[in-house]
Write a protein that binds this ligand. Structure first.
Ligand SMILES: [Ca+2]
Ligand SMILES: [Ca+2]
Ligand SMILES: [Ca+2]
Length: 368
């Protein structure tokens, strides 16, 4: 059997293509000095500075030190913390910050991403809601982490919030990534999808770039809503707003790395992984081969399950890529043929598929 160079070339092309990124239309990384958020005017896609509305003597909306840490997701500068410190029980209080978005409603789809992390002691989540959305006074594109009267998340695509997904609390103090797709803008009946990811879920799909088809399986929660009451008008994308609304206290959370654009790759930029590096640790070694062996001939695999070609299948083409990159990062701890002998891959049937010629060729390449 000869090396499937045609397949290998295609695989390399796909990996490189998936990692390609463009600049998002709107980006706010909170690369500001620690202190009040209001008055800061950086980022991309805005026409004025942040303005805060804080009808409380104790609440704060401040830039705080460091970005939200979320696996190895690339971050810049600091983050913003919305802190409803201590208030008497009573009607809900909202604190919020807004700034004008200077880019119009994109045609087609609009994608949004941001990082979220609750900071005060978790526990009771009653009536504590964090919201990130776009509005022109009335919010039309909106996301809520912990929707009213239930844990979880909800998304609003014009009109009111759709049904919340609520079987997992994302206010447990861990960092989460929110990804939203407002599909097919300008048409009644269009769908908004809102996914929230843990770092582990993100890690499971980030390799080689994230494909939309991978989102459902990796998210800890997903909520949806449809446009039902009005078309999406240009004026609806006017201001980016961050809201902390609660009638129980304290409630303190961080928001960071907000992006809006027309593609998923624009709003969730991920560094390309080395081909063959299934577990994303920067090395191609026995651990990756073990993962490949564990998932051999799977037809539903992601990058983290050793599908390096993006066809969801773990087969000879993926083994070839792993072999070609063997030892990347630290140099080979064992030779590739020793590794093949240690790991239960390929199974006897797979060795037959690989063929003695192919196996010898892989070994010879590694021996160089
Ligand atoms: Ca940041
Ligand atoms: Ca690895
Ligand atoms: Ca594959």
């Amino acid at each position: 059997m000869t090396i499937p160079t045609r397949i290998l070339s295609l695989a390399m092309f796909l990996v490189i293509s998936a990692a390609a990124q463009a600049t998002p239309l709107m980006e706010e990384t909170f690369d500001y000095t620690v202190g009040p958020l209001a008055g800061n005017n950086g980022g991309t896609g805005f026409s004025d500075a942040w303005v805060s509305t804080i009808p409380s003597t104790t609440a704060t909306i401040d830039i705080t030190s460091g970005s939200i840490a979320f696996s190895d997701y690339a971050t810049t500068g600091n983050k913003v913390t919305l802190d409803l410190v201590t208030e008497p029980a009573g009607p809900a209080v909202a604190i919020y910050s807004r700034r004008t978005v200077s880019v119009g409603v994109p045609s087609g789809d609009m994608w949004v991403s941001y990082l979220y992390q609750r900071q005060d002691a978790a526990g009771d989540n009653t009536s504590r809601t964090a919201r990130v959305g776009f509005n022109d006074g009335v919010i039309h594109f909106d996301t809520a982490i912990k929707a009213s009267s239930s844990q979880g998340i909800a998304v609003r695509y014009e009109g009111s919030f759709g049904t919340a997904a609520a079987d997992v609390s994302v206010q447990d103090g861990s960092a989460y990534m929110a990804i939203v797709k407002y599909a097919d803008l300008g048409n009644i009946g269009s769908l908004a999808s809102f996914w929230v990811f843990s770092a582990a879920g993100f890690d499971s799909i980030k390799g080689g770039g994230i494909d939309e088809s991978e989102l459902d399986g990796a998210a800890v929660l997903k909520a949806t809503d449809t446009v039902s009451t009005a078309e999406v008008l240009t004026a609806f994308l006017d201001q980016l707003s961050l809201v902390n609304v609660s009638n129980t206290y304290p409630f303190k959370f961080d928001i960071d790395e907000i992006r809006m654009s027309t593609t998923l790759a624009d709003v969730v930029p991920v560094a390309a992984l080395q081909p063959g590096d299934a577990n994303g640790d920067g090395m191609v070694n026995l651990s990756d081969l073990q993962i490949l062996g564990d998932n051999w001939q799977s037809t539903t695999a992601t990058w983290s399950e050793a599908d390096f070609t993006g066809d969801s299948t773990v087969n000879l083409a993926d083994l070839q890529i792993l072999g070609d990159n063997w030892g990347f990062g630290t140099g080979p701890d064992v030779s590739f043929d020793e590794a093949l002998a240690q790991v239960a891959v390929p199974e006897p049937a797979a060795i037959g598929l690989l063929g003695i010629g192919g196996l010898m060729l892989l070994h010879r390449r590694r021996a160089c």
